[in-house]
Design a protein around this ligand. Structure first.
Ligand code: ADP
Ligand code: F6P
Length: 493
C-alpha cells in the first residue's frame, strides 16, 4: 500500500492487538468518549488503518461489562471519526489482572527486555494468558469475512492467538509482529512455558521481528529447542516447514508517519509553541526525554548521566536544561510505581543541588502531551536523549528526527534500542548503563558545530523518511502474502 490511494484494495486489513487504539473516558456529564491512545504500537498503526480502512480488534481498556451497551455508540461514532471500525474484546477484571498486568507485563515484558529478576512466573498468569488468547481467537474467527482478509496480530500479549485460531480451523493466512525484543537463548530458556510459546509462534504464517538481532535470537531458540525444525534462507525473510505448512520469519523495523510529523512541525501552531518554549528555557541547550513510565527506558540512568555532566563539565551550569516527560503506564504494577518515586526523588535531588537563581536544571512532566505540544518540544529541543536499556524499536527517536525540520538537533541514542540498527551511523550512540559515557555524549552534543549537526540530522531524516510506516506495512504484508520470497526488496536494517 502507499499513503495515497488504497481504499480500493480488495483485501480487508484486520489488525489485532491487546489494546484498541483509543482511550475511553467519561465527560463531565458521565458520557463515554474516545480519544486516540499513546504508545508505540498505536502511533505506528493508527495512521495506516485511518488511511486504508479496515477493522481493529482489541481490548477497550475497561472491564465494566454493564457499560457495553453505552460503549457501542462510542465505537460507532469513533469509526466515523477515525475512518475504520472497532471490535472490542471485553474481558473480566480478574482476567485482565492475570493476563495483562500478570503474564504480559510481569513475565514476558521483563524477560524479553533481559530483566529476568523482575519476572513473576506465577502459573495463574499463564493460564489466564492462554484463556485470553483463545477469547481473541474466537472474536477474530467471528469477524473473518473472506479468505482474502489480511489478519495481522500484534505483540507479546497475543503470541498464542495463531495457535488458538488453528484449533478453530481457521485457514486464512495470519501474520504476527513482535514489537518488543526477542531475548537471547540463555534468557528465553528461563521461561517455564518456553516450548509452548515457541510452538504457538510457529502456528503463524509469518513471524515478524523488529531487527536482525531479535530474529537471530528467535532462530537460535528454535534450533536449540526444536531440533526437527530448521529455519533456512538468506535476506529479509527466512522460512521453514512446520507440519507441512510454510512459516516465514523476517525482520521489519517499525516506523512512524514521517510526513505527518514533518508537516506538523512546520505549522503555525507548532511554530508559536516553539517560540514560547524557547522563551521559557533561555539556556543554550535544551535536552529532551520523552518516555512511557517504564524501567526498560533507562530514565534513572539518564538522570544520573545529566547530573554527571553537570559535575564533570561545570561550564555547562546554566547552559543546559532538561525537560523530561513521562506518560503514566501500567500503574497497578508495583515496579512501575516504585520507578515513579525513584525518578521523582532523583529529579528533586538534582534540582536541589544544582538550581541557581533563574535556572532550574530539570523540568519534569508526569503526563501525556498532545501532538502539537510534543512536536513543538521535539523542534525546540537541541538534543534528544533516548537511552532505553533495551527497546524493540523506540519511536521517540524517529519522531524527533522527523520533527527536526531545521536540521539542528542532535540525537543521543542507546545502542540497545532497535532504532540504532538503522540510525547508528549518524546518532551519538551510547551504552545506557555507562553514566559517564552518556554525560560525555551530552557534552559532545553541546559543542557540536552547526555543520556537523545538520549533516547528521539530514542523514537521519533521510533514513526515517525512506523507511516510514507505510514502507513498513507494505513490506510486511508483501512478505506474508506474496507467493515468491524473491520478489521482496533488500532490507534496510
Ligand atoms: P513504547 O512502545 O514502549 O511506548 P515507543 O518509543 O516506541 O515506546 O513509543 C512511544 C510512543 O508514545 C511515541 O509515539 C511517543 O510519542 C508517545 N509518547 C511517549 N510519551 C508521551 C507523552 N508524555 N505524551 C504523549 N505521547 C507520548
Ligand atoms: O510494544 C510496546 C507496548 O506494549 C505496545 O504494545 C504498546 O503500544 C505500548 O507498549 C504501551 O503499553 P500498554 O499498552 O501496556 O500501555
Amino acid at each position: 500500500i502507499t499513503n495515497k490511494t488504497n481504499n480500493s484494495q480488495k483485501n480487508r486489513l484486520i489488525i489485532v492487538s491487546n489494546r484498541l487504539p483509543i482511550v475511553l473516558s467519561k465527560d463531565n456529564k458521565g458520557r463515554w468518549q474516545a480519544e486516540q491512545g499513546s504508545g508505540g504500537l498505536i502511533t505506528a498503526l493508527a495512521p495506516v488503518l485511518k488511511n486504508r480502512g479496515g477493522l481493529w480488534i482489541g481490548w477497550p481498556g475497561t472491564s465494566r461489562a454493564h457499560d457495553k451497551k453505552a460503549l457501542e455508540s462510542v465505537f460507532t461514532r469513533a469509526a466515523g471519526d477515525f475512518g475504520y471500525t472497532f471490535e472490542p474484546v471485553f474481558l473480566p477484571e480478574s482476567l485482565v489482572n492475570a493476563y495483562y498486568f500478570g503474564f504480559s507485563n510481569q513475565v514476558l515484558w521483563p524477560l524479553f527486555h533481559d530483566l529476568q529478576t523482575r519476572c513473576d512466573f506465577s502459573p495463574d498468569y499463564w493460564n489466564a494468558y492462554q484463556k485470553v488468547n483463545e477469547i481473541f481467537a474466537r472474536t477474530i474467527a467471528q469477524n473473518i469475512k473472506s479468505q482474502d482478509d489480511h489478519i495481522w496480530v500484534h505483540d507479546y500479549h497475543l503470541m498464542g492467538v495463531g495457535q488458538a485460531l488453528r484449533k478453530l480451523h481457521a485457514t486464512a493466512k495470519i501474520g504476527y509482529f513482535l514489537h518488543i525484543p526477542f531475548p537471547p537463548l540463555d534468557i528465553f530458556l528461563k521461561l517455564p512455558w518456553r516450548f509452548q510459546i515457541l510452538e504457538s509462534l510457529l502456528c503463524y504464517d509469518m513471524i515478524g521481528f523488529q531487527t536482525q538481532r531479535d530474529r537471530r535470537n528467535f532462530v537460535q531458540c528454535v534450533h536449540a529447542m526444536l531440533n526437527h525444525i530448521r529455519i533456512k534462507g538468506r535476506g529479509q525473510v527466512l522460512s521453514t516447514q512446520v507440519n507441512g505448512r510454510m512459516v516465514r520469519v523476517g525482520n521489519f523495523p517499525i516506523s512512524i508517519d514521517y510526513n505527518e510529523f514533518a508537516k506538523k512541525a512546520g505549522t503555525r501552531a507548532v511554530e508559536k509553541r516553539v517560540d514560547e518554549i524557547r522563551a521559557v528555557f533561555p539556556s543554550d541547550h535544551l535536552i529532551l526525554g520523552v518516555d512511557r513510565l517504564d524501567y526498560s527506558k533507562g530514565i534513572p540512568e539518564r538522570l544520573l548521566a545529566f547530573r554527571n555532566a553537570l559535575q564533570r563539565y561545570p561550564e555547562l551550569e546554566k547552559k543546559i536544561s532538561m525537560v523530561q516527560i513521562v506518560v503514566p503506564s501500567r500503574q497497578r504494577i508495583p515496579e512501575y510505581e516504585n520507578l515513579k518515586h525513584e525518578i521523582e526523588q532523583l529529579i528533586s535531588e538534582i534540582n536541589g543541588t544544582f538550581t541557581r537563581p533563574g535556572w532550574v536544571p530539570i523540568h519534569y512532566l508526569y503526563q501525556g502531551v498532545d501532538r502539537t505540544e510534543l512536536t513543538a518540544l521535539y523542534r525546540a529541543a537541541d538534543i534528544a536523549l533516548v537511552t532505553p536499556l533495551k527497546d524493540g524499536m523506540n519511536l521517540v527517536a524517529k519522531e524527533y528526527c522527523a520533527s527536526n525540520i531545521h536540521l539542528d538537533g542532535v540525537l543521543i541514542l542507546s545502542e540497545f534500542a532497535g532504532a540504532s540498527s538503522q540510525l547508528y551511523k549518524h546518532a551519538l550512540l551510547v551504552n545506557p548503563h555507562d553514566i559517564e559515557g552518556i554525560a560525555d555524549a551530552i557534552n559532545q552534543a553541546c559543542h557540536m558545530g552547526l555543520d556537523e549537526r545538520k549533516k547528521r540530522m539530514r542523514a537521519l531524516r533521510k533514513i526515517v523518511k525512506k523507511t516510514d510506516i507505510y514502507w513498513w506495512v507494505d513490506t510486511f504484508l508483501k512478505a506474508v502474502f506474496s507467493h515468491d520470497l524473491d520478489t521482496l526488496g533488500p532490507l534496510e536494517d
